[in-house]
Ligand binder design. Structure first.
Ligand SMILES: [Zn+2]
Length: 128
């Protein structure tokens, strides 16, 4: 699946009030053309997703708010790897739905991860 990383910021167009997103000129290095500036903005990624069962195209997965290129690339690679787990389109759709559920409710996913980390030492300290 095709995935891209890019930078976004919260600057708005003075005339229209619309968010500039990845088109903000401050995100580019002066005279650097396609190079992203290292300072302002946050990293984001977009990943193409498998189509619906009836063949309808699905909107790509978009996540933003990463501090570094390393972070955003790691998460994009992780998402790609999840989709590559199985070639069966049915399995891919199930994985996709789970990923979308997680990205809609990130707090719930983070909490369940934390719970897993906390419960491990508790178990070892339980008396026999
Ligand atoms: Zn900006």
């Amino acid at each position: 699946m095709n995935g891209t990383t890019f930078k976004t910021c919260s600057c708005r167009d003075e005339a229209t009030g619309k968010k500039l997103g990845k088109t903000c000129p401050k995100l580019r290095r002066p005279g650097g053309g396609e190079w992203w500036s290292s300072t302002p903005g946050r990293w984001a990624y977009q990943l193409e997703l498998p189509a619906h069962a009836d063949g309808r195209r699905r909107n790509p997965l978009r996540r933003r708010g990463f501090a570094t290129l390393e972070e955003v690339e790691a998460e994009l690679e992780h998402a790609r790897a999840l989709l590559a787990l199985d070639e069966d389109p049915h399995v891919q759709r199930k994985v996709t739905e789970l990923m979308l559920w997680c990205s809609r409710t990130p707090r719930r996913c983070r909490r369940s991860k934390k719970y897993g980390a906390r419960s491990a030492p508790d178990r070892t300290s339980t008396p026999p």
